[in-house]
Design a protein around this ligand. Structure first.
Ligand SMILES: [Zn+2]
Length: 475
């Protein structure tokens, strides 16, 4: 066989291998392509520090080869061959991490009391810019808007993370203008099936749901292979675990298990629940018993410390508020200074208490995952707050590598996608973020995002942010 023929055979074989993988990656629209900096079939990241998402220590001087959207090789630069046709990127002094996989994200913002308008367009760009390549929305206020943008991203029409799109909330009688009231188990079953038919891929139960309605919703979702999380109040964590809920939001700060005069199916108020949790010693038998029960029932817990931080006096101004339109920025600046001036706040002790409970849950073998929850009174900015989440997990006692695992592999594990994303390993999808510096030593370096790969396509965070700066609040 002559050389020319051999090469033709090899090329044909490579094409045959490449095509099924490439087919999973849709062609990008011209509108999405504006944000792309690297789009070539083979890229080699050289001399880079790898934090792989498993919690393992950082590895220095590595080479990561990306081929057709997947990770083809990872190893020491000295001994890892680089394909001849690769685009080579020298990343000395930089770190590659898995793209973030976060589970309490939203495509709306508390623009004013009770508004929660649709901000899908700007938010998905900010999430991607911040390194988020997969996310679950933790509640849907705008019905089809969330499902449609998920589909548009999947088609390649828009730049953004892969989205597990929640259906509109499962809730009982409530005062939100966008929320359904589900009074019977039958209504819950219909709601679940209707939204699954429209393309929703998960559910979130909310504060006023009854145990029977929740049980029916979970049962119906599970029949369709879909998961349910909850920001609960009327139902305790233990009760929800017993009816099969998959996940509970806001760490332990939405638990009403320790409210002494709690009546079944009634929300005693978020504040009452939080007072009881504030008084709870993580080492107490009651706390340990609940944690053990959740671990045994395989209920994941979502940490959302970024939203609680905005209620806590003495905390730094959250990052990224300059992307907001002036009116929204002023609204948050006012809230920030009001919170700063508070002589007393339960969050001063509740924030560290919540962190300690999450740490105890993880130590007990529970699956801790994380999200930002851009609600509250504002100031939780997509992308920026995802990075802040990692800093807050480290403040709560996790090592940087452990904290990064919470926001990468743990999220992917919960979503049932750990075979594709969530860590840097050969064969997985090339969802990666490159940051300047070393977050394993100085966690705040996670803010220095320089490039975000999703399925091997490198997006420019600066361009994504510039496209929405000063306009978040309009669309
Ligand atoms: Zn939320």
């Amino acid at each position: 066989m002559d050389m020319h023929h051999a090469r033709a055979v090899v090329t044909a074989a490579l094409l045959a291998l490449a095509s099924p993988l490439a087919a999973q990656r849709p062609p990008l629209s011209a509108g999405a392509r504006v944000y792309v900096r690297v789009d070539t079939s083979v890229v080699a990241l050289l001399n880079v520090r790898v934090i792989d998402g498993t919690g393992a220590p950082a590895r220095e001087n590595q080479t990561v080869v990306v081929r057709d959207g997947n990770i083809a090789a990872v190893g020491p630069t000295a001994s890892t061959p680089v394909p001849e046709n690769a685009v080579r990127m020298d990343l000395a002094g930089k770190t590659v991490l898995p793209g973030l996989v976060m589970v309490h994200e939203h495509l709306f913002y508390p623009a004013g009391p009770g508004l929660y308008g649709n901000y899908t367009e700007s938010f998905v760009r900010l999430y991607l810019a911040g390194g988020v390549t997969s996310m679950r929305t933790g509640g849907n206020m705008n019905g089809y808007a969330e499902l449609n943008i998920k589909k548009a991203i999947d088609r390649g029409d828009k730049a953004g993370p892969w989205i597990d799109a929640t259906a509109p909330y499962l809730n009982g009688p409530n005062t939100f203008s966008q929320m359904q009231t589900l009074r019977t188990p039958d209504e819950a079953r219909r709601h679940v099936n209707f939204w699954a038919d429209q393309g929703a891929t998960s559910y979130k139960a909310y504060m006023q749901i009854s145990r029977d309605v929740l049980r029916a919703g979970i049962d119906e979702a599970h029949k369709r292979g879909l998961k349910v999380t909850g920001h609960l109040c009327s139902v305790t964590y233990r009760e929800a675990a017993d009816v099969g809920i998959d996940n509970l939001e806001h760490g332990f700060l939405a638990s009403t298990d320790f409210v002494t005069d709690k009546k079944p199916d009634e929300c005693p108020g978020q504040g009452r629940g939080q007072q009881s949790v504030n008084a709870l010693d993580p080492e107490s038998p009651q706390a340990k018993a609940l944690i053990a029960h959740l671990v045994q029932k395989k209920v994941a817990i979502t940490s959302t410390m970024t939203v609680f931080e905005t209620f806590t006096p003495g905390r730094p101004m959250p990052p990224g508020t300059d992307v907001l339109i002036p009116q929204l920025k002023e609204t948050f600046d006012r809230q920030y200074s009001q919170v700063s001036r508070m002589a007393q706040s339960i969050y001063t002790t509740l924030l560290p208490r919540g962190m300690a409970l999450e740490r105890a849950f993880a130590k007990a073998g529970g699956l801790l995952i994380a999200g930002t929850d851009p609600t509250g009174g504002g100031g939780v900015i997509p992308g920026y707050s995802n990075q802040r989440t990692v800093e807050l997990l480290v403040e709560g006692g996790f090592t940087p590598a452990e904290a990064i695992r919470v926001v990468t592999l743990n999220g992917a594990t919960y979503l049932g996608r750990a075979d594709r994303v969530g860590s840097i390993a050969v064969g997985k999808q090339a969802d990666l973020m490159i940051v300047a510096g070393n977050p394993a030593e100085r966690v705040s370096d996670i803010r220095n995002v320089e490039l975000v790969f999703k399925q091997g396509i490198g997006y420019d965070p600066a361009k994504l942010i510039a496209s929405v700066k000063g306009q978040v609040g309009l669309w």
